[in-house]
Design a protein around this ligand. Structure first.
Ligand code: NDP
Ligand code: 2IT
Length: 447
């Protein structure tokens, strides 16, 4: 089996060159999906996984814009349209200086499986730019978004490709992008998700990824007759996903003791309660400050520069910052300190060594494509509301979100549970995500 997986990976490497993040995401899927394909005759001779790792379309484009000093700046824009077998391309836009083809292809590939798991009719895509929003004025952000959309608009549409937010793209950016799309197309339509409530957005969309990650942790704990109540939780990141994961974990009776950003992490032994979280939200979302400022406001907490939170003691870890933020050695430290639940809010936050350490230890470990799917699922619910020209209440959307997260958990059990009752959520998520897309591709012929 290993030789079959290695041969497949060699071919991917030969075709794609140096794309380490993309290779990593494909490897993680190949390890469980290739054995499954071999066990299922209907997929034989169809070259189906090779077709799934090749994007249907990749667009890159120049984004020129003028900064507040009058200087002309140039960035690169991207949209990867990975797979449309089960619905229009769907997935976020990331604005971060590290954005490149490898990162966006890994994210687009993950998105295909994730969107399939949501049970909603959405294909997979991802896009963004190497633009760095840090330190930019609102006007600079607006001019960049407008320039970005003057090219992107011709590749997207409510039934073609529906982008949303990701790192560096939140409500403010979606607003500027939407305004320009509407001006160019003269259409008020659900072409982006994560919109403001007064112009087509859905309640709970901002909360959905973080909430869903905690709902998924709660579902995993329930299989052991346990719950989030009383648990000590490490959260990384301090952006959209981290904030709402912290809120939901706290609401369910857990104590969140860390948050982080790319400069380091804060540790608050008393827990980051609702009042402290409100301070963090104001700090990060309005003042656009750094997490280190938390310790000025709450001096009993401390800030550790240049480190991630994973060496602190906890029951539950929720990585909610970025890819490869939790390495093999971090996984070992978490396990040694008694951590027994990991629910990923970020995409591919654990490197392959960390994934294997969690699987070997047989803890409750959920890969992002399962546990962070609540965000895109609620984007799917926003698309439905736009099509219906209706708005559902908070309770209606939250109920649907919980149902979807439960369904994803059930799908992971269906394909990931072994004869001793242990659930390999990586295997479960990969195979469940694969089956729906692969079957649709087979039905639609060689296209
Ligand atoms: P935000 O931009 O709101 O926040 C990102 C957070 O991660 C910030 O705290 C940021 O710190 C930190 N971070 C980003 N890059 C790095 C890095 N290279 N090293 C260390 N820390 C970093 O993004 P989101 O909260 O929306 O996204 C977080 C993760 O969740 C991403 O992996 C994203 O793909 C994933 N995700 C997001 C969804 C959504 O709906 N938004 C849905 C599903 C997954 P700093 O300010 O220092 O950069
Ligand atoms: O990684 C993700 O699932 C997202 N950034 C959200 C995508 C979306 O279309 O809502």
């Amino acid at each position: 089996m290993k030789s079959k997986i290695d041969a497949f990976m060699k071919e991917i490497e030969a075709r794609n060159g140096l794309e380490p993040e993309f290779m990593q995401a494909v490897q993680e899927v190949a390890e469980t999906v290739i054995p499954y394909i071999i066990s299922q005759e209907i997929y034989h001779g169809k070259n189906i996984l090779m077709r799934m790792v090749e994007p249907e379309r990749v667009v890159t484009f120049r984004v020129a814009w003028v900064d507040d000093q009058g200087e002309i700046c140039v960035n690169r824009g991207y949209r990867i349209q990975m797979n449309s077998a089960i619905g229009p391309y769907k997935g976020g836009l990331r604005f971060h200086p590290t954005v490149n083809m490898s990162i966006l292809k890994f994210l687009a590939f993950e998105q295909v499986f994730k969107n399939s798991l949501t049970t909603l009719p959405m294909g997979g895509g991802k896009g963004g730019s190497d633009f760095d929003p840090k330190g930019k004025s609102d006007n600079e952000i607006m001019r960049f978004c407008q320039s970005f959309m003057t090219e992107l608009y011709r590749h997207i549409g409510p039934n073609t490709d529906v982008p949303a937010g990701d790192i560096g793209v939140g409500g403010r950016e979606i607003g500027f992008l939407y305004g320009m799309y509407k001006r160019l197309k003269n259409e008020f339509t659900g072409v982006l998700t994560g919109k403001g409530i007064s112009w087509g957005g859905s309640l709970i969309r901002p909360e959905a990824t973080g909430y869903g990650t905690v709902y998924f942790a709660e579902s995993m704990l329930k299989t052991k007759g346990d719950s989030m109540k009383g648990k000590t939780v490490l959260v990384s990141g301090s952006g959209n996903v981290a904030q709402y994961a912290t809120e939901k974990a706290t609401q369910l009776g857990a104590k969140v003791v860390t948050l982080s950003d790319s400069s380091g992490y804060i540790y608050d032994a008393d827990g980051i309660d609702a009042e402290k979280l409100a301070y963090v939200m104001e700090l990060k979302n309005v003042k656009r400050g750094r997490i280190s400022e938390y310790v000025k406001q709450y001096p009993s907490a401390n800030f550790t520069k240049g480190k991630t939170p994973w060496h602190e003691k906890c029951d539950v870890a929720l990585p909610c910052a970025t890819q490869n933020e939790l390495l093999g050695e971090d996984a070992k430290a978490l396990l040694a300190n008694g951590c027994f639940v990991v629910s990923e809010g970020a995409n591919m936050p654990s490197d392959l060594d960390a994934v294997h350490a969690f699987l070997d230890a047989k803890i409750l470990y959920a890969p992002g494509k399962a546990s962070n799917a609540g965000g895109v699922a609620t984007s799917g619910l926003e698309m439905s509301q736009n099509s219906l020209r209706m708005n559902w209440t908070r309770e209606e959307v939250d109920t649907k979100l919980r149902e979807i997260m439960n369904n994803i958990h059930d799908a992971c059990i269906k394909y990931g549970q072994d004869e001793n009752g242990y659930v390999d959520y990586v295997k479960g998520a990969n195979i469940a995500g694969f089956v729906k897309v692969a079957d649709a591709m087979l039905a639609q012929g060689v296209v």
